[in-house]
Structures are given as structure tokens and as C-alpha cells.
Design a protein around this ligand. Structure first.
Ligand SMILES: [Zn+2]
Length: 234
């Protein structure tokens, strides 16, 4: 027979259970939204002021296709997304707002930001090494984009030790679809972070160096182009 004490406790237990479930749902929702990185919630959680400059980053092939695939199954899209998220984390900690976008996001149409970058990795060729950065061939802001490309070459080489692989810049890079989608006055570039073959260790085990190399280039560019008001580093 149940005691009187246990009969009294059961409504409290039910309330505690409901409150617990609600809390778990709330925490879970915020966590998932934060993880997607496409939501302004990620910027809000990071404490980036709403008026701080906006940076657009495409994680190459994300939500579209795998990109390059190596014989052992390593997919380019995985690396691009991991690197893009690390770059976004660094930039948000410096007080900037960041949108990490899929390859064919509708948000690319007319995207207006302080700077735009698409992140990709190169093929699985074992004996190839190096990175490259390019901007649109017929740019509306050529001087700005040349400076962005120049800074990225400098900071990425410094952080990763990789050499520029200048001779393999393709028409595809210079005619990249997103360059024609974003607002013409938004300076943009595309980076191939290295070869999934020859530069595999860097791309898979030293992504912090990869991300710092990219973030430092964007930060240097933003310090030149948006000196005031500067965001508050955290
Ligand atoms: Zn790619």
C-alpha cells in the first residue's frame, strides 16, 4: 500500500519532470542552432555586437555535394566545413558577426558584408602541395579584392608553412558562382587550402593553423577597411 508521503511527492515529481524536459529542449535547441552556424544565434551566443561588420564564409560544397573524394573515403566537404567553423569561431571571438553558408545558399544572392570568402581544399594527388587564393576576374572592386588576396597569401603562408601553388589557379576559381551572386561591392575571394593528398596532415590534424592563417588574413583586411568602429575583442 502506498504511503501518504509518496502520494504527496508524485505531483512534485511530475512537475520536476516536465520542467526538466522543457529545460532539456531549450538547451538542446540553442545548442543545435548554435552548431548550424548559419543562424544569427551563433553570433548572439558569441556576444558579437549586432552592428559589428558581417563576414560571409562559404563552406565549399556544404549541403550540395562531397567535393573531391580520396580513395580512402575522405571527403573535401568535411574538411571545408570543419575549417569554416574554426575560422568563424576565431572571428566571432574578435567581435565580428559571421555567417557560415552552404555552397548554394539563397543568402548568397545580394549578400552584403564587409568581406566574403569561400573555403575549399584541393584534390587527393599525393605528390602535390600548396594553396592558392583568387578573386573574380571582372571585379567591381579590384583594388580591394587584390589587397584581400594579397593579405590571405601572406597570413596563410605564415601560419601553415605552405607554399603558394600559383600555376594551378583555374577559370573555375575566377568565375566562381558566388562571386556573381554576392553584392558587387562586397569584396570576396576563394581559397584552396591545400591538397587532400600532399597536405593531408595539415588539413586533417592541424586545422587550427589552417583556420588561424585564414582568419588572420580576414582580420588584417578588416582592420584596413573598417578601422572604425572597431568591434570589441573578447
Ligand atoms: Zn571544392
Amino acid at each position: 500500500m502506498p504511503t501518504r508521503a509518496s502520494q504527496k511527492r508524485s505531483p512534485l515529481r511530475a512537475i520536476a519532470l516536465v520542467v526538466g524536459i522543457l529545460l532539456a529542449l531549450m538547451v538542446g535547441t540553442v545548442f543545435i542552432l548554435g552548431l548550424t552556424e548559419t543562424s544569427p544565434i551563433a553570433n548572439w551566443l558569441a556576444g558579437s555586437p549586432p552592428q559589428s561588420p558581417l563576414i560571409g564564409i562559404v563552406a565549399g560544397h556544404w549541403q550540395s555535394d562531397s567535393g573531391a573524394v580520396c580513395p580512402d573515403g575522405l571527403e573535401e566537404v568535411e574538411l571545408n566545413l570543419q575549417i569554416a567553423r574554426r575560422v568563424a569561431h576565431i572571428l566571432r571571438r574578435q567581435g565580428y558577426r559571421v555567417e557560415v553558408l552552404p555552397e548554394f545558399s539563397p543568402k548568397l544572392n545580394g549578400f552584403q558584408g564587409a568581406v566574403f570568402l569561400s573555403i575549399h581544399c584541393d584534390s587527393c594527388i599525393e605528390d602535390r602541395s600548396g594553396f592558392k587564393v583568387a578573386r573574380m576576374t571582372h571585379s567591381s572592386v579590384p583594388a580591394l579584392e587584390d589587397r584581400l588576396v594579397q593579405l590571405l597569401y601572406q597570413t596563410y603562408a605564415e601560419a601553415t608553412g605552405l607554399k603558394p601553388d600559383l600555376n594551378t589557379i583555374t577559370e573555375d576559381m575566377q568565375q566562381y558562382h558566388a562571386f556573381r551572386q554576392i553584392a558587387p561591392e562586397t569584396p570576396g575571394a576563394i581559397i584552396e587550402c591545400g591538397y587532400m593528398g600532399g597536405d593531408r596532415y595539415l588539413l586533417t590534424h592541424e586545422q587550427d593553423r589552417v583556420a588561424v592563417g585564414i582568419a588572420n588574413g580576414l582580420l588584417a583586411f578588416l582592420r584596413e577597411t573598417h578601422p572604425s568602429p572597431s568591434p570589441t575583442p573578447q
